[in-house]
Design a protein around this ligand. Structure first.
Ligand SMILES: [Zn+2]
Length: 252
């Protein structure tokens, strides 16, 4: 699908996402118009907040079933723009949330909407019958979850093992210190560079239908580990030859 414009929706609670730099990145890479909008989740109708709350996931091993939202949960949605993401770890069904966003913006084929949010999105995987956290929900609108960037790609196995064998708060802190820098944390300065990679994946997917690449040396690599994310999005930062050619082909 050819696009002539991208609209970015900012997530103001995550200042590390440098929306102007991401705009510049898109303009430089794709030579298309980019517009920046505010937070999508601000100033919605009460009914929409209720719908969003109804996409909450409570059991990772069950397929999506609409949840009947309580008044308190709706209130949490209304106030979520003022709350740090690590304080409200709620899991949402990514595709259901995507549908709700789609209902609230006017979508045309030539404009791709990319919504940044601190909400943690997950999708149900029919291979292992459980939900997995996701940083990226592709299509139009695309959702990029900043919490998903931190939580979805796995941390080193040894980190989890160390945590499991060190129970005191002091020791847990020591374990965290030992692995510091090896994976993303909340408000990590590296978030914006990583977000660029997800934006690139979203635009490539929408325009070519090619979601991911098998090669770790490509920015379209689907990283399941934090260390692969760092490699493909921050150290290497390049597309493989095949995808570079595809990128050139899009706008010629
Ligand atoms: Zn590639």
């Amino acid at each position: 699908m050819k696009i002539s414009k991208v609209i970015l929706y900012d997530e103001p609670t995550v200042a590390e996402i440098k929306i102007e730099e991401i705009k510049q990145f898109i303009t430089d890479t794709f030579q298309i118009k980019v517009e920046i909008n505010g937070n999508f989740f601000e100033r919605l109708e009460n009914e929409t907040f209720e719908k969003i709350a109804s996409t909450r996931i409570f059991d990772l091993k069950k397929q999506f079933r609409k949840h009947i939202a309580t008044q308190e949960e709706i209130q949490i949605e209304r106030e979520s723009q003022d709350t740090a993401e690590q304080d409200i770890m709620i899991l949402y069904d990514g595709f259901e949330l995507q549908n709700i966003i789609a209902e609230n913006i006017s979508i045309t084929d030539d404009t791709l909407h990319i919504v940044f949010t601190n909400k943690l999105t997950a999708t149900f995987d029919n291979d292992d019958f459980r939900y997995h956290a996701r940083a990226l929900i592709s299509s139009n609108p695309t959702i990029i979850s900043t919490t998903g960037m931190v939580e979805a790609p796995a941390k080193p196995k040894q980190y989890y093992l160390d945590l499991m064998t060190n129970f005191s708060e002091e020791k847990i802190e020591a374990v965290k210190e030992k692995y510091k820098g090896e994976f993303l944390e909340y408000h990590d300065p590296r978030l914006s560079g990583i977000a660029e990679g997800y934006v690139l994946q979203a635009i490539m997917y929408y325009t070519t239908g090619d979601a991911f690449c098998e090669s770790k040396e490509c920015r379209l690599f689907n990283s399941h580990w934090q260390k692969d994310l760092f490699h493909s999005q921050l150290e290497n930062k390049k597309l493989c030859d095949k995808h570079l050619e595809e990128l050139k082909g899009i706008f010629t």
